[in-house]
Design a protein around this ligand. Structure first.
Ligand SMILES: CC(=O)N[C@@H]([C@@H](O)[C@H](O)[C@H](O)CO)[C@@H](O)CC(=O)C(=O)O
Length: 290
């Protein structure tokens, strides 16, 4: 899940996107990206900014990355449809939609209507209950979902309810992706059957977490756990203080050397002292990961 590069003045900074893609591929072994999601501060961006970013990510990742999934969720159905239609025009590999969260849905009709604006694009439902407050079990959303949304191809599950996640895996079809999005417990998601991962921390621990996935596939639980525990140690250090997109983005800038800029209000920039201490913690845990 990519961060959105901003200039120090807070404007979107497209000049960073090319080097950012190269960094992810070369240093983190990350082959696919999820843009304009939570990490990308999509809810703080205008439609015009989201379109410009999506276009640039798709254009610059072409021939380099396997997939660019564009998140098009908005509070307003018409806005989501406009972004979905735009994603199809710019050659995105798929779209994802988070549930609207002010007026909370009781059916999957919103998903159906967004998907219908880009019927040829693979469609993913993005579940993030801690942020949206939409706690409808995803296993229920999946009932007859392909009749409702013929382009449905999977779930990005960023919740902690592993029973619900397991039920999604159990109900999934072979052509779906069921990817897990709580990085600090990816191993549990893999044990439950996740066939991929999307998350913010893979920006700077991607190569490491790829090793976790390989260890898991090889049945090396001790190695997989050791890697998971390191990420947990970094995040529990950060969460004791503050760990939001502002802090996360600063850490990525420090690790990668890319100038990702500040977050946009209402998020605020990470204080310098704190940025230093979290970067030190990162280096003490992951110095061999870059
Ligand atoms: C709430 C939140 O931001 N969750 C992150 C996680 O990667 C999260 O930052 C990580 O697990 C640390 O808690 C992702 O699930 C979000 C994500 O993939 C996105 O940017 O759309």
């Amino acid at each position: 899940a990519t961060f959105t590069p901003l200039t120090p003045e807070g404007e979107i900074n497209l000049s960073v996107i090319g080097p950012y893609i190269d960094y992810l591929i070369e240093k983190q072994n990350v082959k696919s990206i999820f843009v304009n999601g939570t990490t990308g501060e999509s809810v703080s961006l205008s439609l015009a900014e989201r379109k410009a970013l999506a276009e640039d990510w798709c254009h610059k990742a072409k021939g380099k990355m396997d997939q660019v999934i564009v998140h098009v969720g908005c509070m307003c159905l018409r806005d989501s449809q406009e972004l979905a239609c735009h994603a199809a025009q710019i050659g995105a590999d798929g779209i994802a939609v988070i549930s609207p969260s002010f007026f909370k849905p009781s059916t999957a009709a919103f998903l159906r209507e967004v998907a219908s604006a880009a019927p040829t694009l693979p469609f993913y439902y993005y579940h993030l209950p801690a942020m949206t407050g939409v706690n409808v079990p995803v296993r229920d959303v999946l009932n007859d979902i392909e009749e409702l949304v013929p382009s449905f191809r999977g779930i990005k599950f960023s919740g902690c309810d592993l029973m619900d996640f397991g039920q999604c895996v159990s109900k999934s079809r072979p052509h779906w992706a069921v990817v897990y999005g709580v990085d600090e417990q990816l191993l549990a998601g893999l044990a439950m059957g996740a066939n991929g991962a999307v998350g913010s921390t893979y920006n700077y621990v991607g190569s490491y977490m790829n090793k976790l996935m390989t260890a898991f596939e090889n049945g090396d639980q001790l190695q997989a756990r050791a890697i998971q525990f390191k990420l947990q140690e970094l995040l529990s250090f950060a969460m004791k203080n503050r760990f939001d997109v502002g802090v996360n983005k600063q850490l990525m800038s420090d690790v990668s050397g890319l100038s990702l800029g500040p977050p946009r209000l209402p998020l605020v920039q990470c204080p310098q002292d704190y940025a230093k201490s979290i970067f030190q913690k990162y280096n003490s845990l992951f110095q061999d990961s870059r």
